[in-house]
Design a protein around this ligand. Structure first.
Ligand SMILES: Nc1ccn([C@@H]2O[C@H](COP(=O)(O)OP(=O)(O)OP(=O)(O)O)[C@@H](O)[C@H]2O)c(=O)n1
Ligand SMILES: C[C@](O)(CO)[C@H](O)COP(=O)(O)O
Length: 227
């Protein structure tokens, strides 16, 4: 690691779409909580990475329990989240006081790989940003009033995380921006004039969002566990 590398892992959400009483980032898949799979992926990439973990205000004791119960050995910086993903990322970034690179990653994407993380840091070092993206596998239409129209799917990409940036650039963009409706970090950087660089993501790097994602993620994590 030639310069400071950070990961801001946002796990401050409520998981309303998955309809579970426990926030989805704490649900267990393939033997451990989703959030642990995610954090461990970053330590597999580098044992020196500095992790800022953004949690819901009422989940600190649950995190303490996870650390003890699963014998988690790394020291992460904890930060209380905000009302939206935007605010949670903003708060996480405020904990970084040096220059270097930061990978911003959804805590509920436990299938991120070392290769993806490595590619993101490499490209961000060169271009200032690196955002994981995949091609569309299905046809897509735009809704126009009571009609719909086919779009050329080759022109579109589905955006994932990690979204990795030069720290100075992304901190400045988040400081200047105040629109919590922005759904990802690339949108924030772009608002402030940065041209986003994409790299090839991975179809397995799903975001656990709705109930069926739990089944898919369980299968994929088990497959990796058994080699
Ligand atoms: N206030 C928030 C909202 C979201 N997130 C995090 O951002 C990531 C992506 O968000 P999403 O999948 O939408 O999670 P939730 O907001 O928890 O889900 P939902 O929108 O279904 O309520 C998740 O890791 C989530 O914990 C966060 O840190 N703080
Ligand atoms: C950041 C993200 O995962 C990129 O695909 C996505 O925008 C998060 O959206 P959500 O509505 O907060 O789940």
């Amino acid at each position: 690691m030639s310069q400071n590398e950070y990961a801001v892992i946002v796990a401050g959400g409520k998981g309303t779409r998955i309809k579970s009483s426990t926030p989805k980032q704490f649900l267990e898949l393939a033997g451990k909580p989703i959030i642990l799979h995610t954090i461990e992926a970053f330590y597999r990439y580098s044992k020196d990475i500095r992790v800022i973990l953004v949690l819901p205000a009422d989940a600190y004791s649950l995190w303490d329990y996870i650390v003890k119960d699963y014998n988690f050995q790394h020291t992460v910086t904890l930060q209380q989240g905000g009302e939206s993903r935007f605010q949670s990322v903003k708060k996480g970034l405020q904990r970084i006081q040096t220059n270097g690179l930061v990978a911003i990653h959804d805590g509920v994407r436990p299938l991120v790989t070392t290769d993806i993380i490595e590619s993101s840091f490499k490209l961000a070092k060169e271009k200032g940003s690196a955002v994981a993206a995949v091609s569309l596998k299905e046809s897509v239409r735009i809704l126009e009033g009571d009609h719909t129209k086919a779009l050329d799917r080759a022109k579109y990409r589905l955006i994932q995380t990690p979204q990795t940036f030069d720290i100075e650039l992304i901190k400045k963009a988040y400081e200047l921006e105040d629109d919590p409706s922005l759904t990802d970090d690339a949108s924030v950087a772009e608002r402030w004039g940065h041209t986003i660089s994409l790299f090839e993501g991975n179809y397995e790097n799903i975001k656990v969002t709705t109930p069926e994602d739990l089944i898919i993620a369980e299968v994929l994590l088990q497959k990796r566990k058994t080699g």
